[in-house]
Write a protein of this length. Structure first.
Length: 134
């Protein structure tokens, strides 16, 4: 179930990316706000000078939105996986405790000579005798 949600988020991000890319590449000269070129610079004077290539602001918005959706889906998938594993571990503990309770009931019943030969749990699980119909 969680995998299907993750796939849907990836598909939604891809569709939004394609649609936004279409609008940015086909924008006219009158609506250039998303097509404005931007570059990032990082400068630490004698050691380091970094500058990115020029790219449209619209692509920056699309990429950040898509990465945000993917990270949110990844976090949700990890959360669902850990919850699923936790539930499995707790169900295993419940089964072990129920088995221990049945064993304790059986030993108590044998001590009181209620059912000396048959386990109590087997007696409780047996269906009542049905009269034969002729």
């Amino acid at each position: 179930m969680a995998i299907w949600r993750f796939v849907k988020v990836i598909l939604a991000a891809l569709i939004i990316f394609v649609i936004a890319n279409f609008f940015i590449t086909n924008s006219t000269s009158q609506s250039q706000s998303l097509a404005t070129l931007v570059s990032f610079k990082f400068n630490m004077p004698p050691f380091l000078y970094l500058e990115s290539i020029d790219f449209p602001v619209g692509y920056l918005l699309i990429i950040s939105f898509t990465l945000g959706m993917l990270f949110a889906a990844l976090i949700g998938a990890v959360n669902a996986f850990t919850r699923s594993r936790e539930v499995k571990m707790k169900n295993k503990t419940i089964r072990e405790l129920e088995k221990e309770i049945d064993e304790l009931r059986d030993s108590l019943a044998r001590e009181k000579n209620v059912l000396p030969e048959v386990k109590l749990s087997e007696e409780l699980n047996r269906l009542p005798e049905q009269p034969e119909i002729h």
